[in-house]
Design a protein around this ligand. Sequence first.
Ligand SMILES: O=P(O)(O)OC[C@H]1O[C@H](OP(=O)(O)OP(=O)(O)O)[C@H](O)[C@@H]1O
Ligand SMILES: Nc1ncnc2[nH]cnc12
Length: 183
Amino acid sequence: MADIEHLKTLLRVHPDFPKKGINFLDIFPILRDPVAFESLITHLVYHLTSQTIPRSSSKKIDVIVGLDARGFLLGPIIAMRLGAAFVPVRKQGKLPGTCVTATYEKEYGADSFEMQEEGIKPGQNVVVVDDLIATGGSAKAAGQLVNKLGGNVLEYLFVIELPFLKGTQQLDAPVYSMIQADD
Ligand SMILES: O=P(O)(O)OC[C@H]1O[C@H](OP(=O)(O)OP(=O)(O)O)[C@H](O)[C@@H]1O
Ligand SMILES: Nc1ncnc2[nH]cnc12
């Protein structure tokens, strides 16, 4: 099981990136450390499969949705370990075929997300995965795309939460974040 305090020590803060006034929290040092990365993934998978979570024990997770781009580093591994599908949410203009679109604001700008219409079937149970929640704008938009396709968001799952930005208040399903970063 992950030593959360140890993982926290690996995170790096980059002041004024990508804009002045933003303290950018970098998860890549965790991915550079194979033992730390393995324990991170094991912790997240255990969280999703543990019988101590009534929601997880009663409803099968059909789809892991990962957010462009850092959610792609976690989502497919988690999906494979669960035996679930992986579906990407991408920045606009990157996905072929018919897509649904949602525009949103995040901590350092505005953007649009897309998901392929065939990615989720009505009634499927979905967990939305990303590295970090700041204002919650990105995750909220991803949830809207899932809902547009008739999917059911069981949970939003993050490695890092910035609690002072209150992003979790934007979301309409339970939220789990491993690490709460100070402001
Ligand atoms: O809670 P919010 O304020 O919406 O911010 C969180 C989002 O911002 C970052 O992604 P970014 O758009 O920078 O994309 P990247 O992963 O491609 O760097 C991060 O990975 C989240 O997806
Ligand atoms: N402060 C931050 N650090 C890393 N990624 C982010 N995405 C939005 N805000 C961020």
